[in-house]
Design a protein around this ligand. Structure first.
Ligand code: FAD
Length: 619
């Protein structure tokens, strides 16, 4: 049956990529349909109940700065908030929250259901309708044909998903959900490179069977961080602690005794797993000299007894899982509610994508999330937002937009994927960004919200709040530059700085020992700004202005490369002087700019100069 209405954008999959994609496309005013297996699992967290962390928190703030849902949903469902790297510089500080899974899903579903221009439909998609290398729709399991101008595929770990527990395995998308087998077959017919990856999750434990009195609690931070620029700690639910336990020699012995039945160590699993989130069996083997690993016992929510033991992801047989859990302090009588498992799934080589996340081979078909070789909710959501936005622009016949590497971690993420590809699940780190000082969590709104507004992603409420904040920052900077402090030994001692000559407050704030809070002691400053986010921004911008300017100069220099566009039909055999190897790499990758070409492994600076000469010679 052909569905009577035609859509602008169809999003397949209601995970973290799919929900952000659908919301972004709909916010832009395009008529959007979200097709997913099960409406009850919209925004479901397949693995750890946590959002944010180093590099990932930056992505959440950027998603929020572009009007996305992840930060707001985390604020209303976060049950323990922390600022990681709090003692380090602002560039690497990162927000992380323990999440109540149910509250998170409720927040995402509410956002989806109250979004204008967005319709939901529950059913598996088995097929794509492709005509003349252009996607025009999707077909569900029961044969309903939905037509659209563009389709975004966000199938996560579901494509030909295969779950392993010990040496037994079965097909599934994740525990409790069906796999996408028909769609995986169909996708393998398309001219896209496909491979297998794997990821894993730990067993869950009933908290009533844990003896917490023996364990060290870990509480959230005060002041409590928030994710959304529109957020407030009053949005947070009740806060609870996590607990820490450890593996020990006995645990490691039990794990080693099960390796002959491990799908990882007997070669049953072929897909590559996440290097930065290894299974406990992997950790024991790789770090054989370590006699203990720290394990966080994290609550899965406020209304459940389930505990997520962070650090013991495993696909060992169940008897070994039970033994290893019970060997840890506090867990001697633990009852496992769900077994840990590994899952293998199909992913597509992201080098076959344009910066907009549209596939190069099939016009109008976009990929976002785990399907592109990434791991993590935040990485998926960031790609979803970029794909949703670009599908919207595609439908509106407008040029695509993806932030550059110097504008956002999202830009780093997309550029890394489409330029270098990945042969293991890719996760974000601050070390992946070359302009870390500019790409801070605290200024994500200042970097992106104006662009988001221009693209149609930001509603009036968020825009007004942003404009007010921006205005308040500028006003305060100007005011501080006009407030002068006379030499005064007593005041100097009070402020903990030197005051030998007259100095204005802006210059005072630039000193390493000064903070905005210390400045509040000056009677001349009254009334100081009340909004801590404005004060924080004024302080960070003052302190790091020298470094920031230096990075900006560097960026301006490299922009020449980023702005030099390379045509998709460029004949690299006509570029004089290129080696056969470089020519082959460029022909295969088809970079969109000289900047992107320069980041392809093996493309030398000499080759880049030849490319620039070639471009100059073109009429
Ligand atoms: P998903 O969240 O998987 O969502 C996919 C959605 O698509 C689902 O709603 C599904 O029902 C729907 N769908 C799929 N196929 C179809 C179809 N044919 N028709 C209709 N709907 C369809 N991340 C980490 O950061 N650290 C970890 O340690 C970690 N471990 C993990 C362990 C396991 C076992 C699993 C399953 C995932 C793990 N993840 C981990 C990954 C994390 O869950 C994903 O990165 C994230 O959920 C990806 O988001 P996504 O939107 O791409 O896909």
């Amino acid at each position: 049956m052909k569905y009577p209405e035609h859509f602008d954008v169809i999003v397949i999959g209601g995970g973290h990529a799919g929900t952000e994609a659908a919301l972004a496309a709909a916010r832009m005013g395009t008529k959007t349909l979200l097709l997913t297996h099960n409406v009850e699992t919209l925004g479901a967290m397949s693995c750890n109940p946590a959002i944010g962390g180093i590099g990932k928190g930056h992505l959440v703030k950027e998603i929020d700065a572009l009007g996305g849902i992840m930060g707001r949903a985390a604020d209303v469902s976060g049950i323990q908030f922390r600022t990681l790297n709090a003692s380090k510089g602002p560039a690497v500080r990162a927000t992380r929250a323990q999440i109540d899974r149910q509250l998170y899903k409720v927040a995402v579903r509410r956002a989806i259901e109250s979004q204008a221009n967005l319709q939901l439909f529950q059913q598996a998609v088995d097929d794509l309708i492709v005509e003349d290398n252009r996607v025009i729709g999707a077909v569900t399991q029961s044969g309903i044909q939905f037509y659209a101008h563009s389709v975004i595929l966000t199938a996560g770990t579901f494509l030909a998903g295969l779950i392993h527990i010990g040496l037994s395995n079965y097909q599934a998308g994740r525990a409790g959900d069906p796999p996408a087998i028909a769609l995986a077959h169909r996708l393998r017919e398309l001219p896209l490179r496909v491979d297998r990856l794997k990821t894993g999750t730990p067993p869950r434990i009933d908290s009533r069977s844990i003896n917490f009195t023996e364990l060290v609690p870990q509480h959230g931070d005060t002041p409590t961080p928030v994710f959304s620029f529109m957020g407030d700690i009053s949005h947070h639910p009740r806060q609870v602690p996590c607990y820490i336990t450890h593996t020990n020699e006995r645990t490691h012995e039990i794990i080693r005794s099960g390796l002959d039945r491990s799908p990882l160590y007997t070669g049953v699993i072929e897909g590559v797993g996440p290097r930065y989130c290894p299974s406990i069996e992997d950790k024991i083997m790789r770090f054989a000299d370590k006699s203990s690993h720290q394990i966080f016992l994290e609550p899965e929510g406020l209304d459940t007894f389930e505990i997520y033991p962070n650090g013991i992801s495993t696909s060992l047989p169940f008897d070994i899982q039970l033994g290893l859990v019970r060997s840890m302090k506090g867990c001697e009588n633990a009852h496992i509610t769900r077994a840990g498992y590994a899952i293998e799934y199909d992913f597509f080589d992201p080098r076959d994508l344009k910066p907009s996340l549209e596939t190069k081979a099939i016009e109008g078909l976009f990929f976002a999330g785990q399907i592109n070789g990434t791991t993590g909710y935040e990485e998926a959501a960031a790609q979803g937002l970029i794909a949703g936005l670009n599908a919207g622009l595609f439908v509106q016949d407008k040029p695509a937009w993806t932030p550059r590497r110097d504008e956002a971690y999202m830009g780093v993420l997309v550029d890394d994927l489409i330029t270098r590809g990945t042969n293991e699940p890719y996760r974000m780190f601050t070390s992946r960004a070359e302009y870390r000082l500019l790409l801070r969590e605290d200024n994500a709104d200042l970097r992106l919200t104006a662009k988001g507004r221009e693209l149609g992603l930001i509603d009036d409420v968020q825009w007004q709040a942003f404009e007010e904040k921006q205005e308040a920052i500028i006003k305060e900077q100007q005011r501080l530059a006009g407030i002068w402090v006379r030499p005064d030994p007593q005041l100097a001692e009070q402020l903990g700085t030197e005051l030998r000559r007259e100095v204005n407050c802006m210059d005072l704030l630039r000193r390493p020992e000064m903070t905005y809070d210390k400045l509040r002691q000056l009677p001349q400053l009254a009334p100081a700004v009340a909004d801590p986010k404005v004060a924080e921004q004024v302080e960070i911008q003052a302190k790091y202005s020298g470094y920031i300017e230096r990075q900006e100069t560097e960026i301006a220099r490299s922009r020449r490369y980023e702005e030099a566009q390379l045509s998709p039909d460029l004949d690299y055999s006509k570029v004089l002087g290129l080696s056969a190897e470089v020519r082959q790499k460029l022909t295969q990758h088809r970079p969109t700019s000289v900047g992107q070409a320069s980041r392809i492994a093996g493309v030398t600076p000499a080759a880049i100069s030849l490319l620039l000469v070639h471009l100059k010679r073109q009429p």
